[in-house]
Write a protein that binds this ligand. Structure first.
Ligand SMILES: [Zn+2]
Length: 261
């Protein structure tokens, strides 16, 4: 037992998070206070892949394929942006579990995690893109799960939960959760604005849901439904390189608006 070391580690981490919450520390709610970064890391998560096709369009268009095309275009644009470093979850038609996607975001100390999807609905006329963030309910369930699993947990906000007592660990998870939920809302609002400027949106406001892939606790995250693959017109548009490019450029503007705020 080394109580002194533990206390210092906790004080440093808690202080760092307090700065983030006060808006004093820079941008990234997911950045540990002791490791300043020079670039803004965006994880681009093309939804589904491999054995998981995602939703299917009326003529068989697969969600996993169109979102990968859009993700690649977005990645190419971001590679040319100074100060922004994109990381793709998958470059190919590959199955990646939801928890592996979130783990990657933590591993690369992501400042933003964007999961790309295409919507499906029984009403074929439904159209437009939507932006989602994690609901408080979803986040708190995940925080509870994280605590229960802390024997196997890695680091959350720079603090190794395995070495701390449960109450303190709970406080730290709450701190980082609230910071990332707030940052997620800021990022998602900017993204929705960027999408609305050039594309049709399905919802005028940021939506909330308990998507598992967003439950990464300490990384600001959003899920974007790029359009309705169940709508014949939009399914066609989602496979059109020109429309894919329009979407990628709108996403780029949304990311830049958040990264350079
Ligand atoms: Zn999907």
């Amino acid at each position: 037992m080394r109580p002194l070391v533990k206390t210092k580690t906790l004080q440093r981490a808690t202080f760092g998070w307090a700065l983030v919450l006060l808006g004093v520390a820079n941008a990234a709610a997911g950045t540990p206070p002791d490791s300043p970064k020079t670039s803004f890391v965006v994880v681009i998560d093309a939804g589904h892949g491999g054995k998981d096709s995602g939703a299917l369009g009326p003529s068989g268009t697969q969600e996993k394929t169109v979102v990968l095309d859009i993700a690649r275009r977005l990645n190419n644009y971001l590679l040319h942006e100074a100060g922004i470093h994109p990381v793709m979850v998958r470059h190919h038609d590959l199955y990646v579990s939801l928890s592996e996607r979130a783990k990657l975001a933590r591993r690369v100390h992501a400042d933003l995690f964007i999961s790309l999807h295409a919507d499906a609905y029984e009403e074929p006329a439904a159209r437009g893109s939507s932006v989602y963030t994690l609901s408080d309910h979803g986040a708190s369930s995940e925080a509870a799960r994280t605590l229960a699993d802390r024997e196997n947990a890695g680091e959350v906000g720079g603090v190794d939960l395995r070495s701390e007592d449960a109450v303190l660990a709970g406080v730290l998870v709450d701190l980082s959760k609230n910071a990332s939920l707030e940052a997620s809302d800021v990022a998602a609002t900017k993204m929705l604005k960027a999408l609305r400027e050039h594309l049709k949106v399905h919802h005028d406001t940021v939506q909330k849901a308990g998507f598992k892939v967003l439950k990464s606790v300490d990384v600001p995250s959003m899920l974007i439904e790029t359009g309705f693959i169940s709508n014949p017109d939009e399914a066609r548009a989602l496979t059109d390189p020109k429309q894919q490019d329009n979407i990628a450029r709108a996403l780029l503007r949304g990311i830049k608006a958040y990264a350079h705020r």
